[in-house]
Design a protein around this ligand. Structure first.
Ligand SMILES: NC(=O)CCC(=O)C(=O)O
Length: 305
C-alpha cells in the first residue's frame, strides 16, 4: 500500500441526540446537525471531516424497529456506485449533505438489509467524500454479545450479522481506519489498520452505561498508545427515556494517549484539531514500530484460545 498523506486537519464529532422511532425525523435532525457542524459555528473550526454516531437512524436496543428501519445500500467496496439510483434514503441524505458542505463524512451507522444473511441485518457505516461519493463501507465485525449478571445482557447477534472486512480509506489529509463501537475491544483490528498506514482511527459508537465508565476512555487510550495513532469514538447522546442509554462522552485521543476533547452526555458537537506533529513526536520518541519482535511472536492467530 502506498504511503498515506498526513497533514493537520479539523475534525467534528456530532454527539447526536433525539434519535427516536421516526426515521425520517432522525434523518432530518442528523442533516441539520451536519450543516451546523460544517459551519464551524463561527469559531474558525470549519471541519474537514464530520462524524456521526452508531445507529443514528434507529434507537439502539429497539430490535423490533430494525426490519422496518433497515435500508438497502447495495454498495460493494471497490466498485462504482450510482448514488442517484440508491434505494437508501440515508445514503442519499448523507451524500447530498457531504457535497453541499464540501466535507468528508463518516455517516455513523444504520441497519442495512442485504441479501439478508440468515434473516439478519448488518450494522453498517458508510463514508462520503466532499463530492458526495460513497467511498467506503464498514459492517460491524464484532457484535455486542455480553452478559454481566444484574447489570446488562445484550445479544446483538440475534438481529445483526457480522461483517467480515477491515475498512480504511484515504483522504487528502490522512488514511483513516473505521470500526464500530464493540470493535474497539479487539486490538487486532486497530493494529492491522495502523500497520497498513492509518494515522487516525474513528469508530461510530454508543457504549453502555455499565461499561462506559471503566472502559470507554481506557480502550481509546490503549488503542491510541499501542498503535501510536489518533483514536476517536463518536457516541449518541444519552437519552434517559431510551431502552439503551448511551454513555455519551464522545472523545478523541492523541498518539501519546492524551484526551484532546471529550463531550458530556447531552447532544453536542465536539471540534478537534488533529496535528501531525503529535504523531511524529510520539513515533520518534518511542519507536515501538521498529522494535516489534515478529521473529518471536510468529503467527498469533495460530495460538490456541
Ligand atoms: N454498541 C455497542 O457495541 C456497545 C459496546 C459496549 O458498550 C461495550 O462495552 O463494548
Amino acid at each position: 500500500m502506498a504511503q498515506a498523506a498526513f497533514r493537520s486537519f479539523n475534525l467534528a464529532f456530532i454527539q447526536l441526540g433525539k434519535i427516536g422511532v421516526d426515521k425520517a425525523e432522525n434523518l432530518k435532525h442528523a442533516c441539520d446537525m451536519i450543516r451546523t457542524a460544517a459551519s464551524g459555528q463561527g469559531q474558525n473550526k470549519k471541519p474537514d471531516l464530520i462524524v456521526l454516531p452508531e445507529f443514528f437512524t434507529t434507537p439502539l436496543g429497539d430490535a423490533p424497529l430494525i426490519p422496518t428501519h433497515a435500508e438497502d445500500i447495495g454498495f460493494t467496496p471497490g466498485e462504482p456506485y450510482d448514488i442517484t439510483n440508491s434505494k437508501s434514503d440515508s445514503v442519499k441524505m448523507l451524500s447530498d449533505v457531504a457535497k453541499e458542505t464540501g466535507t468528508w463524512l463518516i455517516g455513523g451507522s444504520l441497519p442495512e438489509r442485504d441479501a439478508v444473511k440468515e434473516g439478519k441485518f448488518y450494522n453498517t457505516c458508510t463514508v462520503y467524500n466532499p463530492k458526495g461519493e460513497l467511498v467506503a463501507r464498514h459492517r460491524k465485525m464484532h457484535l455486542f454479545d455480553i452478559d454481566i449478571p444484574g447489570k446488562i445482557t445484550a445479544k446483538e447477534s440475534d438481529t445483526i450479522a457480522s461483517g467480515d472486512a477491515l475498512t480504511m480509506f484515504d483522504t487528502e489529509f490522512a488514511r483513516i481506519g473505521v470500526g464500530i463501537c464493540y470493535d474497539i475491544r479487539f486490538p487486532e483490528l486497530a493494529m492491522i489498520a495502523a500497520r497498513r498506514g492509518c494515522q487516525v482511527l474513528i469508530y461510530p459508537s454508543a457504549f453502555s452505561m455499565t461499561t462506559g465508565e471503566l472502559h470507554w476512555e481506557l480502550l481509546q487510550r490503549l488503542r491510541a498508545v499501542d498503535n501510536q495513532v489518533f483514536m476517536g469514538m463518536c457516541s449518541c447522546a444519552r437519552d434517559a427515556k431510551a431502552k439503551f442509554k448511551a454513555w455519551g462522552h464522545s472523545m478523541v485521543v492523541d498518539p501519546m494517549g492524551k484526551v484532546l476533547a471529550e463531550a458530556g452526555e447531552d447532544e453536542e458537537i465536539v471540534y478537534v484539531r488533529i496535528e501531525t506533529e503529535e504523531l511524529d513526536r510520539a513515533r520518534q520518541g518511542i519507536p515501538v514500530s521498529g522494535q516489534r519482535r515478529f521473529d518471536v511472536y510468529g503467527n498469533i492467530a495460530l495460538f490456541p484460545d
